[in-house]
Design a protein around this ligand. Structure first.
Ligand code: PMP
Length: 284
C-alpha cells in the first residue's frame, strides 16, 4: 500500500480522506503538477514549482508555494514509496468551505494539498521505441489551457475516442490548427525545421517543451513556434509529442496515415537523448 501526503501528513492511502465539500471535488477548482523521477531524482523540479505558483495565482487560490518544503515532501514521498523511476502527482485545491457555493470561500480557508506516487517505466518505455498513433479531434476545452487545472474531462473523453479508434492519443484542433495532445505538446518536423504551436492561453506551457526547444537550439536545429494545420502534420517528415513522463515521444501515425516513413524519426530521438542528458545533470 502506498504512503500518500495529505495536508501536512504522510498517511497510508486508505486513510487519506478529503471532504465531499472540497472545491476540487465539487467544482474541479484545483491545480496539479506531475514531476518525473528517474534514478531517484526529480526532473525539471524548478519549472514545475514555478508553473504551480502561476496556476494558483491565475485562479486566485491564495497559497504561496514553499519551494524548499515542497522539494522535501517530493523527496520524502518518493523515498517512502521506493520510487526510483515514475511520477509524483501533486494537487492543490481551494479547499473545503463546508458548503457548496459558486462564490469563493474566505481567503483564510486552508487549501487541500495531496501528493502521491506512481511507478512507471520512463526511460525504457515501449512507446518511445514503437511511437504512438494519434487521431485529430476538435478542441472543446475551455479558453485557459495555460492553467494546469484538474478539469480534465474533455482530454479524457478525447483519449477514449482515440482508443476506440485503435489509436493511443488525440491531437486537438482549433480552427483547423493543432493545439496540443491530451496530455502533451505536439510537434512536426518538415525539411529539418521543428514546428510547434507558440505559447498562449490555447496550450499548456510544457516544462518539457521549454527544455526540448532549448536542446533543439543547442543542436542547431531550426525551430518555428507557430500554429500548424492537421494537413501539414499529414505531410510532415516526422512528428512527436513532449511531456514530463514521456520526454519526446515519436508519433508514427495521424488519422490512420503514416507520418514520414511510419517509423520513429531521428529528430525526436536526438532531442530525447540530449534532453535526458541535460536534465539528469540538473536533476535534484
Ligand atoms: N499539454 C497538456 C494539455 C498537458 O496535460 C501536459 C502534461 N501535463 C503537457 C502539455 C506537457 O507538459 P509537461 O511537459 O510540463 O509535462
Amino acid at each position: 500500500m502506498r504512503t500518500v501526503y495529505l495536508n501536512g501528513e504522510f498517511v497510508p492511502e486508505n486513510e487519506a480522506n478529503v471532504s465531499i465539500f472540497d472545491r476540487g471535488f465539487l467544482f474541479a477548482d484545483g491545480v496539479y503538477e506531475v514531476t518525473t523521477v528517474v534514478d531517484g531524482k526529480l526532473i525539471g523540479f524548478e519549472g514545475h514549482i514555478q508553473r504551480l505558483q502561476r496556476s494558483l495565482d491565475e485562479l486566485k487560490i491564495p497559497h504561496k508555494v514553499d519551494r524548499d518544503k515542497m522539494l522535501e515532501i517530493h523527496k520524502e514521498i518518493a523515498e517512502r514509496n521506493n520510487v526510483t523511476e515514475g511520477m509524483i502527482y501533486l494537487q492543490i485545491t481551494r479547499g473545503n468551505p463546508g458548503d457548496r457555493d459558486f462564490a469563493f470561500p474566505p481567503e483564510d480557508t486552508p487549501v487541500t494539498m495531496v501528493l502521491f506516487t506512481q511507478h512507471k517505466n520512463i526511460v525504457h518505455a515501449k512507446s518511445l521505441e514503437t511511437g504512438i498513433k494519434v487521431i485529430s479531434i476538435e478542441d472543446l476545452r475551455w479558453g485557459r489551457r495555460d492553467i494546469k487545472t484538474v478539469q480534465l474531462l474533455y482530454p479524457s473523453l478525447a483519449k477514449m475516442e482515440a482508443k476506440s479508434r485503435g489509436a493511443d492519443d488525440a491531437w486537438m484542433m482549433q480552427d483547423g490548427f493543432v493545439t496540443e495532445g491530451t496530455s502533451n505538446n505536439a510537434y512536426i518536423v518538415k525539411d529539418g525545421t521543428i514546428i510547434t504551436r507558440h505559447l498562449s492561453n490555447d496550450i499548456l506551457h510544457g516544462i518539457t517543451r521549454k527544455s526540448v526547444l532549448e536542446c533543439a537550439r543547442m543542436l542547431q536545429m531550426k525551430v518555428e513556434e507557430r500554429p500548424f494545420t492537421i494537413e501539414e502534420a499529414y505531410a510532415a517528415d516526422e512528428a512527436f509529442v513532449t511531456s514530463a513522463s514521456g520526454f519526446a515521444n515519436p508519433v508514427v501515425e495521424i488519422d490512420g496515415k503514416a507520418v514520414g516513413t511510419g517509423k520513429p524519426g531521428a529528430v525526436s530521438e536526438k532531442l530525447r537523448g540530449l534532453y535526458l542528458e541535460e536534465n539528469m545533470k540538473a536533476a535534484v
